[in-house]
Write a new protein. Sequence first.
Length: 394
Amino acid sequence: MAQQPIVNYSLPPWIQFGAGAIKNLGKHVRSFGGKKPLIVTDEGVTNAGILSKAVEPLKHAQIDCAVFDAIQPNPTDLSVLEGLAFHQAEGCDIVIAIGGGSVMDIAKAIRILTTHEPPLENYYLDVGGMDRVTSNLPALICAPTTAGTGSEVSQASIITDTSGHTTEGHRKRIIKTPYNVASLALLDPELTVGMPPGLTAATGMDALTHGVEAYVATRYHPITEGVALQALKIIGKSIRQAYHHGNDIEARGEMLIGSAMAAFSFQRGLGAVHSLAHQLSTEANIPHGIANAILLPEVMIFNLSHAAKGYADIAAALGVDTSAMSTADAADAAIAEIRSLNEEFSMPKGLGIAGLKWERIPKIAKDAMLDHCYKFNPRPCTETDMRDLFEAAF
């Protein structure tokens, strides 16, 4: 029997889940010793009236706050520096993220630079940054307003690097460390009720992709293997209801907890879908969840020879009756179920329709090999494979 590897497991942060949980925000800030939090958000959250649901409990607790809402999709390292300067100018002592994945990613990076010397370049995973981030960080509270990225429970922060370390311009880079996990994940489904159907679908397919890729990833992590499958059961049962009936608070809550579980599970690793999708937000302005949804069936086909049993399990988790199917047929059924969801959610039929230019594929295939996620894909990938997958999904 082969000797088991030595592994490090990091369990999720403190999670408070339930409708109305945001009303406890003032109490939580005080429990962390906070006197003036920096709220990181975006204009969409502010304009939708969601931010006020966080500010009111702070006012009630007589806690002053500063709001930094200049966060754009695919946020850059320049936004991190802007937020850091605002944090310092306002004299803030803890950080609260109210928003989707981009907001939480920027909040995590700002938090690191409050106690760690810039530049942010020092802390990216691909340059050994995991060993440079230490535990002396202020508290971070994350309250997601979408059910998809799961950044509130993950160790990762994804930032668009503007320093030009690609074949041609910007690329997504990752800060990953156990110290990057939020001090508290505040999961209130009432904050997600306002999501329109398109955003519900895109973020839901992002969470589903996390679960699928994590379940068949190659890193040894039996804890998250089980969590990934359970996340897929929850998402499979609730994603259609949340899409078609956005005011269903139970479905919204199930998607929120399923998203958090799926994100926790990618401690096991992700796969080629994410290495490919990370290129599309900066290259073609394709939202990450939509990119994942389009790419996922093609990558699953590519992986069939190495992951059929895992995909068969996933089909059953998503609600497909596989009792009379062979493993191969059940794996095919999992792919068919993903395609069915994409069709029902009116996802673009391909990356070309979504905005990718065919002539850019060789460039982004090369850049995909700079991303670390594919290293845990069940089938090894080459640059040629990446190009073929982009073309198959075009």
